[in-house]
Design a protein around this ligand. Structure first.
Ligand code: AMP
Ligand code: MG
Length: 856
């Protein structure tokens, strides 16, 4: 092939492996301009267009690959080399173009290639003025890599100047043939063995904080941002690299992996990087696709500091470079990864140390500089970070897939990378997982802006005070209804006070626990108030629970007195317990336990908990009062509204149903057992009782829908207790006036976050913290994780419970000092829920931390 083929004779050769994969990819996907190699040159001075055209044609005569197109023979692609090809110089006028030259150049780069037609090189000349031009050369990646653009420039300059170029000793087709032979031999196995071991068991897909669900087929739409590092930081990084005896590439790659880990990628991270692949001097003068990709895997586990990590990365990089001849395509073929069309195989994130492929040098009287291009809107990978030095400055460019990420996320990633580099340079001896990497602005947002929930009155308020305010306003208003029975506020108050005096007389003291074992009815409400009057804590008990479970709870709680309307010989009541009926006590009598303190426990409630025996959560009056006040604000409860109470008292959300209407000026309509058990009866009751608000778990809503419930236009629907699935949200949304998703553990008082669901096509969130509540998404070390990154949800603020009764160990483990709060003594609760902040300040829940552990 060193002699030019005779005119009319066409040569065909197999493709190299890299070419073959690219060709297949281009057949399958719309990759846009992701695989267009560009060389934008700004030419200042007198330009000889005729000479330029000749130089372009001479380029194509010199490099066979510039005369190559891809043809298909028996379904297999081959490269065909045409004996001659012209490279037409397209001439454009910047003034007649509507867009700026930068935009225009971007558009020219993006124009598609037909791989079946040579040349796969395009030349456009944009004229800005008589002595000012931009020459844009664009090649398809199937014939050229980044290095090639440097060769192209040097050869073009020589040809334009009329200098002689030494003849090429070989052409790309020689390389493609050589590669096939080489890979048929024993060299392949040795390389493949190393790569197999290197990548064995590596994660197939990196976890990153995506803003949008990953499309089922990978897309190639992209954008890019670039930032220069502060000069002092670049200097410090150079110093650190020298001290650690690593290259700048190794240092930045290691830092980038730390960034990925801190953005949720775990500790086993594979990042791709390109290598020039021109390991023989003859190859350095070639245009062609020689570049290869190396998948560099690093283990970041075991809490390494940056120095230790640099050692790991250095050894990986050196070994990988020793095995760099194996084409990445061959590796993919051999590894047979679970091939998904949704992402690129082996790695989805790329790190590039850009070496300028060409150095600006004049062409005759022309000054030549790189020209700027507008982004082409394409990208090959989920995320590609390139580091480069330009005019003495250190630049980092972040190119990202716009179907996965929003620009703000990448801005934050870039800002965080800079912050991280500074921390690593300062403290290379600190475990990289513990560096406080969030930029101040993001910290401010996470800790303060999105937790700006502080409200008055908050402190000092309690249930009885809230009820008394309602009572004073409307004593005759109906507070509770059940099966035709209607109790005014005044009636509830009198019954509560009377029962309080009976409880008092029976020996109830402040701080005691009083069991509540009642059939569903208005007395549930007056009983809770009565116990509050005694400054005792109620222990809700559900008569439907097995007796053994009830006995255990009563015993564990230390309750000596039970308010119950069950028959006295009922096996539900253990021996030795004083039972008082909810109607006990004389009207007009008054207990004298003294005023309620917001720190007094209001109730003790047992949660089954995912593991171990049930634990009793002690919740203070202040927390309950704050909860009720917060609910009046969001989701809101208007005077006169009617809420249908359907939840057993032994589930804390029943307190919203029984108490919120009462303190907010509405009516709690208590559904009886038979209504609750039969969804059709319940559905009818919603209409006949003219219900405005219904709270239920997702499963209860599903049961209601399954029974044929058609919805009620004016109904406000509260949903919580389990994840609200998008399909359920989609059905519920049109079934009523509003849908709310409520979230919270018992340990932080009923509900802690609230979200109004308005669009079932968007991911369902649990919204934002309620009044006087703060949410933190933390990593395993208690550090804030960046927006979008999954961590564990911790909740602080007024709702945090007092702790687990009689379980100091467990209390100390789950309830800890809140390091992010300003007020002294503040605590926060560890929920065990996996969560992440969305960039709009809403929280998304992603299952349980313990499930995750089990999965592993
Ligand atoms: P409990 O303490 O029994 O009320 O259970 C609280 C747990 O239920 C939370 O920690 C969550 O795991 C789950 N949960 C409650 N509400 C929601 C919700 N709206 N979405 C998802 N999970 C929820
Ligand atoms: Mg709960």
């Amino acid at each position: 092939m060193n002699t030019a083929p005779e005119p009319g004779i066409v040569d065909e050769f197999p493709l190299s492996f890299a070419q073959q994969r690219l060709w297949f990819l281009e057949q399958l996907e719309d990759t846009g301009a992701a695989y267009h190699v560009r060389l934008p040159l700004r030419l200042t001075g007198p330009l000889d267009v005729g000479r330029l055209q000749q130089a372009l044609d001479a380029l194509a005569a010199r490099h066979e690959i510039l005369r190559t197109s891809i043809v298909v023979r028996d379904g297999q692609p081959a490269q065909r080399i045409a004996p001659t090809v012209r490279v037409p110089l397209e001439q454009l006028d910047a003034e007649s173009a509507a867009s700026s030259i930068r935009e225009l150049a971007g558009k020219l780069v993006a124009r598609p290639f037909d791989l079946g037609r040579a040349p796969l090189l395009r030349a456009s000349l944009v004229r800005e003025g008589p002595e000012s031009h931009v020459l844009l050369l664009v090649m398809h990646h199937v014939i050229a890599d980044a290095w090639s653009s440097g060769v192209l420039f040097r050869d073009l300059a020589a040809l334009y100047e009329g200098r002689d170029l030494p003849a090429l000793e070989l052409q790309y087709a020689d390389y493609a043939l050589w590669q096939r032979e080489w890979l048929a031999g024993p060299a392949l196995d040795a390389q493949l063995d190393w790569w197999r071991r290197h990548l064995d068991g590596a994660p197939e897909l990196i976890t990153l904080p995506l803003d949008r669900p990953r499309p089922v087929r990978q897309t190639f739409r992209g954008s890019r941002i670039a930032r220069a590092l502060p000069p002092q930081l670049a200097t410090r990084l150079r110093g650190l690299a020298a001290r650690a005896q690593v290259s700048q590439f190794m240092l930045l790659l290691a830092a980038f992996k730390v960034l990925l880990m801190r953005f949720g990628a775990g500790t086993d991270i594979v990042v791709g990087t390109p290598v020039a692949g021109r390991r023989r001097t003859e190859l350095e003068q070639q245009v062609g696709l020689y570049a290869n990709t190396l998948a560099l895997r690093t283990d970041l586990s075991g809490e390494p500091d940056f120095m230790a990590l640099l050692g790991r990365v250095r050894s990986t990089v050196l070994q990988a470079f020793d095995h760099q001849d194996l084409p990445f395509e061959k590796l993919v073929e051999a590894l047979r990864p679970v091939r998904s069309l949704a992402h690129s195989p082996v790695f989805q994130v790329m790190f590039i140390q850009q070496n300028t492929p060409w150095e600006a040098a004049p062409m005759r009287e022309l000054r030549v500089e790189p020209a700027e291009l507008a982004p082409t809107g394409s990208t090959k990978f989920d995320l590609t970070v390139s580091a480069s030095e330009y005019l003495g400055e250190y630049w980092l460019a972040f190119e990202y897939n716009t179907d996965l990420f929003e620009a703000t996320t990448i801005d934050r990633l870039a800002a965080t990378f800079e912050q991280l580099l500074a921390l690593l340079a300062e403290r290379p001896d600190k475990p990289v997982s513990r560096l406080p990497l969030l930029p101040a602005a993001e910290r401010q947002r996470l800790l303060h802006d999105w937790n700006a929930t502080a409200r008055e009155p908050g402190a000092g308020d309690h249930l009885l005070a809230q009820f008394e305010r309602r009572l004073a306003q409307a004593p005759a208003a109906i507070a509770v209804e059940c099966a035709g029975e209607r109790w005014s506020c005044e009636a509830v108050d009198q019954r509560a006070r009377a029962l309080a005096s009976a409880l008092h007389a029976a020996g109830t003291h402040p701080g005691d626990v009083v069991g509540v074992l009642l059939a569903r009815g208005p007395a549930m409400v007056s009983t809770l108030l009565a116990i509050a009057h005694c400054r005792a804590a109620w222990l809700p008990l559900d008569p439907e629970l097995p007796p053994a479970r009830l006995h255990w709870m009563i015993e564990d709680s230390g309750a000596r007195i039970l308010v119950s309307d069950c028959a006295l010989d009922d096996p539900l009541v253990p021996a030795g317990i004083t039972v008082i009926g909810p109607q006990a006590g004389e009207a007009g009598t008054q207990a004298s336990a003294g005023p309620v303190n917001p720190r007094d426990p209001a109730y003790l409630i047992y949660t089954s908990g995912s593991t171990g025996r049930p634990k009793g959560v002690r919740v203070a009056h202040g927390a309950l009062a704050n909860f009720l006040a917060a609910m009046r604000e969001r989701p809101g409860f208007a005077a006169g509204e009617r809420l249908l109470a359907v939840t057993t008292l032994s589930f804390d959300i029943a307190l919203l149903e029984l108490l919120l209407p009462m303190v907010a000026g509405g009516t709690a309509v208590i559904a009886v057992r038979d209504d609750i058990r039969d969804p059709r009866r319940l559905a009818a009751l919603i209409d006949t009782a003219a219900i405005d608000v219904l709270q239920a778990t997702p499963s209860a809503w599903r049961a209601l829908l399954a029974s044929g419930w058609q919805g009620r236009a004016s109904l406000r629907m509260f949903c919580g207790g389990e994840a609200l699935a998008p399909d359920l949200a989609a059905v519920l949304l049109p079934s009523g006036a509003a849908l709310w998703n409520l979230y919270g553990p018992t340990e932080t008082t009923i509900w802690s976050t609230v979200s109004r669901v308005t669009d079932a096509r968007r991911p369902v969130t649990v919204g934002r913290p309620i009044a006087n509540t703060r949410c933190y998404v933390l990593d395993a070390h208690g550090g804030l994780v960046p927006v979008g990154v999954v961590g564990e949800l911790w909740i602080g603020g007024s709702g945090v419970a007092l702790g687990y009764a009689g379980r100091e160990d467990l209390t100390a483990e789950r309830f800890v000092a809140d390091p992010y709060a300003e007020e002294p003594g503040a605590r926060m609760y560890r929920t065990g829920d996996r969560a992440r902040w969305r960039s709009d300040g809403e929280l998304e829940l992603l299952g349980r931390v313990d499930d995750q552990v089990k999965l592993r």
